[in-house]
Design a protein. Sequence first.
Length: 242
Amino acid sequence: MSETLLVARGIRKNYRMGSSVIEVLKGLDLEIGEGEVVAVVGASGIGKSTLLHILGLLDRPDQGTVHCRGIDLFSLSQRERARWRNRTFGFIFQFYHLVPELTALENVILPVMIGNGTMAWSGKKKAAGERAREILVDLGLEGRLKHRPPQLSGGERQRVAIARALVNDPDLLLCDEPTGNLDPETSTGVSEALWRMNEDREQAMLLVTHDERLAARADRILRMVEGRLEERGASIDPDPAG
Ligand SMILES: Nc1ncnc2c1ncn2[C@@H]1O[C@H](COP(=O)(O)OP(=O)(O)O)[C@@H](O)[C@H]1O
Ligand SMILES: [Mg+2]
């Protein structure tokens, strides 16, 4: 059995809209082992992105704890949490979220720049550039390094986003419907690339997806129901209610 990387306990999250309260996460528990790949499936609007944002420290829960390698992440200062976010987690979003004014290479270098102070950065700039280039080339983008996102196809943009998520060598990749915006053929190519990069690096991955074929490759599949996660077998069950 692998060591535990991340443990979330009793996560609750509500959104307030005027006078009404939407209860999204209702005491959710989750454990992810080092190097483990966990897929999360569930209906649209059920709270999958909300969970990913909390685990990746982009948002906070109303209640509950997230421990990573024994550290209680929400008890840390904002500054320390930012450091964890930058070093420990890599994000891949459905809509890429690249900076349109920067080139592909610059987009990938950005997290390294953010993770280092100005002094440290000047010493690391060259190595960071080389590393970013190496990952982009590995993803088949050697001819696109100086392209800006608007000049790239959807599949190419998502490959740049994968490279950006990997550049700081995170322990956990958080992927929010990474192929959800792509046509089936491009989607297959991007999934293969993501899988290959992940296998090479042996990183843990939490993968939200509607793509059954992608989910089926995970070590475990969890379904989000009623604000919690339940184990789901690997077999495809298109109509669990019926
Ligand atoms: N910032 C927000 N303010 C208010 N409601 C939100 C906010 N973000 C998400 N929601 C609501 O919370 C629910 C869960 O959203 P989300 O986590 O994005 O679901 P999923 O990713 O599973 O589609 C939805 O009903 C959504 O409308
Ligand atoms: Mg979502």
